[in-house]
Write a protein that binds this ligand. Structure first.
Ligand SMILES: Cc1cn([C@H]2C[C@H](O)[C@@H](COP(=O)(O)OP(=O)(O)OP(=O)(O)O)O2)c(=O)[nH]c1=O
Length: 198
């Protein structure tokens, strides 16, 4: 089978696919991320579809194209990637000491001849932070780690010391629920669930 085409610039998604043994090549999408939904699961599913279909339109042949999107959801608000350090600090100030949810939406399109099958799903993980003081928030923001991450933190980085508890798939927080993805690829009839046994 040809490698999966990953429609994402996220280094975390690359690492997770590598770890899972799913062979892939990268073709990031620059599709505009327009939201028409209100439910967090629908938002991430819609955005993952936008990224995936953007690349699916640009590639030829029988291929599997994969897109994903991650957001943080807290008290009815969607937190994406912060655009300034100030915004990052505000996000962390609101999340510290409390529990929020991380949603990742995944779409993969299976192209066979003239036919395309679209598969979309999302996963939710609840994450609880320990309380953080001003100095801890300031120092973390200064580390630069928050800026390319939804909710202004990376569970896989130095932020780990502030994570009290998680409920659900850890990899979903990092940006790609690989176990669910593997199950869905298998269910869709992708040989070996996309894992190459070479
Ligand atoms: C909550 C959290 C998010 N993130 C990351 C995962 C995603 O890369 C990012 C959310 O932004 P996304 O818009 O989902 O993805 P992206 O812009 O990085 O890549 P692309 O659109 O090309 O697919 O936040 C972490 O790395 N660790 C975390 O703990």
């Amino acid at each position: 089978m040809e490698p999966v085409i990953l429609a994402s610039a996220s280094p975390r998604r690359r690492e997770l696919l590598q770890q899972a043994g799913i062979s892939f090549e990268v073709r990031p999408s620059d599709a505009e991320e327009t939201i028409t939904k209100t439910e967090p699961s629908e938002i991430v599913e819609e955005l993952s579809f936008l990224k995936c279909s953007d690349i699916a339109e640009k590639v030829r042949g029988d291929r599997v194209i994969l897109g994903a999107d991650t957001i943080v959801f807290f008290q009815g608000k969607v937190l994406g990637k912060p655009s300034t350090k100030q915004e990052a600090a505000e996000m962390l100030e609101s999340l510290q000491g409390k529990t929020h949810e991380v949603y990742t939406g995944v779409t993969f399109i299976v192209r066979k001849g003239k036919h395309s099958e679209v598969h979309t799903f999302s996963e939710k993980t609840a994450v609880t932070f320990y309380p953080m003081n001003r100095e801890e928030i300031r120092a973390y923001v200064e580390s630069g780690e928050p800026m390319d991450k939804a909710g202004a933190y990376g569970i896989q980085g130095r932020f780990a010391v502030f994570v009290k508890e998680i409920r659900g798939d850890y990899n979903n927080v990092v940006g790609l629920p690989v176990s669910r993805l593997y199950q869905e690829l298998k269910r869709a009839g992708i040989p070996g669930g996309g894992i190459s046994h070479v």
